[in-house]
Design a protein. Structure first.
Length: 384
């Protein structure tokens, strides 16, 4: 055979070979951590499919306390109203790095670990934020905005060893989250959040974009490679203050270290007088949805709420409309503290039984694209 004939033979054989091979199941996509546990990889892949069906509803500290109650086994304000638990459980690590046994909102880490296990075992999803105390901010905690703090925790900085010791504590806690078969519980991990704002030590005025990115990348390298934490999906989270895709991505640490893009946006004005929240949140969701599609990531509204929900139809008329047709993984409502001594006011975001917006919340629950725990449990998010 001359060279041309050989080439034709190889081409035909190749084509036939390709046609004859049995159909392969679609390959699973790997998250940022290429050594993620099987359950974490499954969660990542299943969440990508789930956002086509609807968005999960989440609530911060849901199982720990609500308005006028604390630590009652099995209780949840969301469940008291709808008969179902939220699909996403938000928890918070602030204080762990300082050696505290309770977080900054008073939740004992021992109890938190148990609540996380309960929610996961029922088929729910765990999301964790971390209001990391500043090394310079004994008084103000995460809210100390001393310029240069981020630089000080980077390799070579005066607080680098301290930063590593915080990550040791966080790694220990994350690795201690185990399901009944001993498997590590997957977590949507959202550290150094609202980075475009100016209220945390990792905020926009306190560090350069590169410093933020290096801190994020170091954090991930250390958890993943040094501490062998492989149960995390990494959530990049800005405040709701960006106007463009470029602004949203200014401090984005990289496709290789991110699994989900998100922002936080609360309702502050009166939704009956202004549709700003619906419009602005909708626009921002459009931006992150586009970013997620381009980068093949998940996206979410990671924190929202209208404190005390003074508008009875906020759920269907405001939040539901703001999300509209956007394909997001979840929306999470902030915590139900009840009366806050320090703030001298009621501080809660989900309705409780008898609350003025409870009937509307049930309507929101009944929408086909709002996903609470029962529906999400049927999806078996941790299996293939
Ligand atoms: C804020 C308030 C604070 C709380 C902090 C961290 O929005 O709820 O009371 O300490 O979040 O959870």
């Amino acid at each position: 055979m001359n060279l041309i004939k050989i080439n034709i033979f190889l081409l035909v054989a190749g084509l036939l070979g390709a046609n004859c091979s049995p159909a392969q199941p679609p390959a699973k996509e790997l998250p940022a951590d290429k050594n993620a546990t099987v359950e974490t990889i499954n969660l990542y892949n299943n969440l990508k499919k789930l956002s086509q069906k609807g968005f999960m509803f989440g609530h911060q500290d849901d199982l720990a306390y609500g308005v006028n109650w604390k630590y009652e086994s099995g209780r949840s304000d969301v469940k008291d109203v709808t008969g179902d638990y939220p699909a996403v459980y938000g928890w918070e690590l602030g204080g762990l790095e300082a050696g505290e046994d309770k977080n900054l909102d008073g939740v004992p880490f021992k109890k938190m670990r148990q609540f996380i296990k309960e929610g996961y075992e029922r088929g729910g999803v765990i999301a964790i934020s971390w209001h990391t105390r500043s090394p310079f901010g004994a008084q103000k905690g995460a809210w100390d905005t001393t310029h240069g703090t981020v630089a000080s925790v980077l390799p070579g900085g005066s607080n680098h060893a301290l930063f590593k010791s915080w990550l040791d504590d966080v790694a220990k806690f994350l690795l201690s989250l185990k399901g009944s078969k001993g498997e590590a519980i997957p977590v949507l991990f959202r550290p150094f959040h609202e980075l475009t704002g100016n209220w945390f030590w990792w905020g926009r005025n306190a560090c350069s974009p590169d410093e933020y990115k290096v801190m994020w990348r170091f954090m991930q390298y250390y958890l993943r490679e040094e501490k062998k934490v492989h149960n995390l999906l990494y959530v990049y989270n800005t405040a709701g203050d960006f106007k463009t895709k470029e602004e949203f991505l200014e401090r984005y640490p990289g496709d290789d270290v991110t699994d989900m893009v998100s922002f936080d946006a609360y309702q502050y004005d009166d939704p009956l007088k202004s549709d700003w929240f619906v419009k602005n949140t909708g626009n921002l969701l459009g931006i992150i949805e586009e970013v997620a599609a381009e980068k093949n990531k998940l996206c979410a509204l990671a924190e929202t709420g209208y404190e005390t929900i003074p508008y009875a139809e906020w759920w269907t008329e405001t939040l539901f409309k703001a999300i509209g047709q956007h394909k997001i993984s979840y929306v999470l409502i902030w915590r139900n503290h009840g009366y806050n001594e320090w703030m001298k006011k009621m501080h809660y975001y989900a309705p409780y039984k008898g609350h003025g917006s409870a009937a509307d919340f049930i309507k929101f629950y009944e929408q086909s694209n709002t996903l609470f725990e029962k529906e999400v449990a049927n999806e078996k998010l941790y299996s293939e």
